[in-house]
Design a protein around this ligand. Structure first.
Ligand code: DGJ
Length: 640
């Protein structure tokens, strides 16, 4: 903290505590909830008598999923304002003097999100973070501490994951006495929050878990935690409609006619929803204009949106639409009318990124306008899905409404603004399926998951690159949350050509959909779509509800990937095997399965062979080399 006198010391002493059988929600923030489970919450009340700052440290236990959540509420009870300059949401001190530890983080970039990275914990502080205004492509608001010998299924793992979508810091420190301190919270860089007398500040929540069964144990805790205590809404437990999105099919070059042709083909092949992506509004024919002008471009969609949606619905397809509500193009009516609505520093020309500025969502009138623009479109016709995109990071931070000593609040106020907007949207349209997105997967975080049951994972739709991206994502997130589509080849992100079948198998791990011009792809690919959509319907319940197990990692071994999902009752399992590069004169691979019951006997659907769960887990099964690069196989087991 900093006081008006410029002092930075704070001493929070114990005052009292209480234990309640509930979990209080955090004002304005996404947070986990008890659901069906009984939760105990310990609230420690602390006070610094000199400054009048009080703190509530809030710990909730989720026993069934082995999770403790932690957040903090600070309050100024004195007359003088207090400036908060650093608020970590959780701090974990571990006295581990004998053992060596590693840390695991998820690193990335556009098109390469959430790649797992493990390194030894050394003396001093090691951290990852974001000061980009969003959780970011580059780092993920997650850190885990692993005993040095921990593996996929053995050893100790302590995970910390932040339910927040803005700037964050995740840090591990090995001290002079070899004790370890793990901290997580809003990044202190450019953060100053003024607390006037009586005002409070709620710090977002951290979800912490411990596993003695390596990474798999941690993954299972997070998956069950998020499925049961974070994701909301009617789609949480439901199969999602198979969608076809026109982004990679047409980019900005589309009209009603083209979309209807895509929809018509799609409807015949088992696809259930058409999503119209960027470019339907203002005069947006490339990425240089019109964000903020959420009025249909009638040159592209003559007769308006309703006419298009009615025709799509008449073909038996649902309709979804793309928005980027947080943004404003300098070339837009909105910007010409309200240039001060963009985040900017007075007197400085702000940096453009993808030709756009960011709306100042700390201002109520700006939020109201953004909400009303989106709501008006959604009310105008039968729209059942929204892809909420966000395509630039924040820079040149300044808000015309905030006084000088509150400018340091803007990053966080922005995130609170996004949360408020999405909450309003869900309240107004409770049946809407919302998919968050940020230039691919730059805001794939537990905060966003509270509002949307699925998030676009990456703009890289290449099946082989996706193996790495999806492995990092599945480490923490239930498979049902991972936006994954079959796209056309050569792949638009890197030019690779992979079999259509493999693209389907890899997308099956996530929400499953298509991102291609179905009227133009090779006939032999198109012919595979009915079988692929049937495959989705056959396996999606298992994939959404089951336990995910990692068997082999392409990221680690450089040659093949293998993972499986086993149903909770252990009666069914689906194994996905992807051989990346083929090798001449190579032997079969032995794949040892996981998560089955050793007592059960399982029938392998493809061969009819029946084997014991113990055999499949200990001796494993042999997978013969596949002919050609980038080939894949699905293996389905049911109880015999
Ligand atoms: C980034 C998204 O990730 C893409 O899927 C697409 O919606 C574009 N934005 C549109 O501008």
């Amino acid at each position: 903290i900093r006081t008006v006198g410029g002092h930075v010391g704070v001493q929070l002493n114990y005052v009292s505590h209480e234990i309640v059988k509930e979990k209080p929600a955090l004002p304005g923030l996404p947070s986990t909830f008890p659901g069906e489970e009984d939760c105990d919450t310990l609230i420690l009340h602390l006070e610094d008598q000199t400054t009048g700052l009080t703190a509530e440290l809030i710990y909730t236990t989720f026993e069934k999923v082995d999770v403790i959540t932690r957040s903090v509420i600070l309050k100024n009870t004195a007359e003088q304002p207090i400036y908060l300059t650093k608020v970590m949401s959780a701090c974990l001190d571990l006295d581990c003097t004998d053992e060596k530890y590693d840390i695991l983080t998820l690193h990335g970039s556009w098109g390469r999100e959430r790649q797992m990275e493990r390194r030894s914990l050394m003396h001093g502080k090691q951290s990852v973070g974001s000061v980009r205004g969003e959780s970011s492509h580059q780092e993920h608001p997650f850190i885990a501490l692993l005993s040095e010998n921990a593996t996929q299924d053995t050893g100790e793992v302590y995970g910390m994951h932040f339910v927040y979508s803005g700037n964050f810091l995740a840090q591990a420190e090995l001290s002079q006495f070899d004790s370890i301190r793990m901290t997580m919270g809003i990044h202190p860089e450019n953060f100053v929050w003024k607390l006037e007398q009586g005002e409070s500040f709620a710090a977002p929540e951290v979800v912490m878990t411990y596993s003695s069964e390596g990474l798999s144990g941690m993954t299972h805790h997070y998956h069950d935690m998020y499925r049961e205590h974070l994701i909301r809404g009617e789609y949480r437990d439901k199969k999602r409609p198979i969608l076809i999105n026109n982004w990679e099919a047409t980019y900005f070059d589309f009209n009603t006619d083209k979309l209807l042709k895509i929809a018509k083909q799609a409807s015949k092949l088992g696809i259930e929803m058409l999503v119209m992506d960027d470019g339907w509004f203002g005069h947006r024919n490339d990425d240089s204009t019109s964000l903020g002008d959420w009025k249909v471009n009638e040159q592209k969609l003559p007769g308006g949106l309703k006419l298009l949606v009615d025709q799509v619905n008449a073909m038996g397809l649902k309709f979804g639409i793309w928005f980027e509500p947080e943004m404003i193009s300098p070339d837009s009516d909105l910007y010409r009318e309200h240039p001060d609505w963009a985040i900017s520093i007075p007197g400085r020309v702000g940096s453009l990124c993808r030709n756009q500025y960011v709306l100042d969502l700390s201002r109520k009138e700006v939020r109201d306008h953004a909400f009303e623009s989106v709501a008006a479109v959604l009310h105008s016709t039968n729209i059942e899905y929204v892809k909420w995109d966000m395509n630039r990071q924040l820079s040149d931070l300044g808000s015309v409404e905030l006084p000088a000593d509150r400018q340091g609040e803007l990053y966080h106020r922005y995130v609170l603004g996004v949360y408020e907007l999405q909450e309003r949207l869900l309240a107004e349209f409770p049946h809407l399926l919302l998919e968050n997105c940020s230039g691919g997967g730059a805001r794939f975080d537990p905060g966003m998951l509270y509002y949307s049951p699925q998030i676009w994972c990456s703009d890289d739709t290449d099946a082989i690159e996706r193996l790495k991206i999806q492995e990092g994502t599945m480490l923490l997130y239930p498979l049902s949350t991972m936006g994954a589509h079959v796209s056309d080849c050569p792949n638009h992100a890197l030019g690779r050509v992979t079999p259509f079948e493999t693209r389907g198998h890899v997308a099956l791990a996530g929400t499953f959909g298509y991102e291609l011009d179905i009227t133009k792809i090779p006939e032999e690919d198109r012919q595979q779509i009915p079988a692929q959509t049937a495959m989705y319907h056959k396996y999606n319940d298992l994939i959404r509800r089951g336990d995910y197990w990692r068997i082999a990692s392409y990221l680690e071994n450089g040659s093949y990937d293998c993972y499986m999902v086993a149903s909770k009752d252990k009666k069914e399992a689906l194994i996905t095997y992807v051989q990346v590069l083929s090798r001449p004169n190579f032997h079969s691979r032995r794949v040892r399965l996981k998560g089955l019951s050793p007592e059960n006997r399982y029938r392998i659907e493809e061969t009819g062979e029946v084997l014991g769960g113990d055999v499949l887990m200990q001796a494993g099964m042999l997978i013969a080399p596949l002919w050609g690069d980038y080939r894949s196989r699905l293996i389905h087991l049911t109880e015999a």
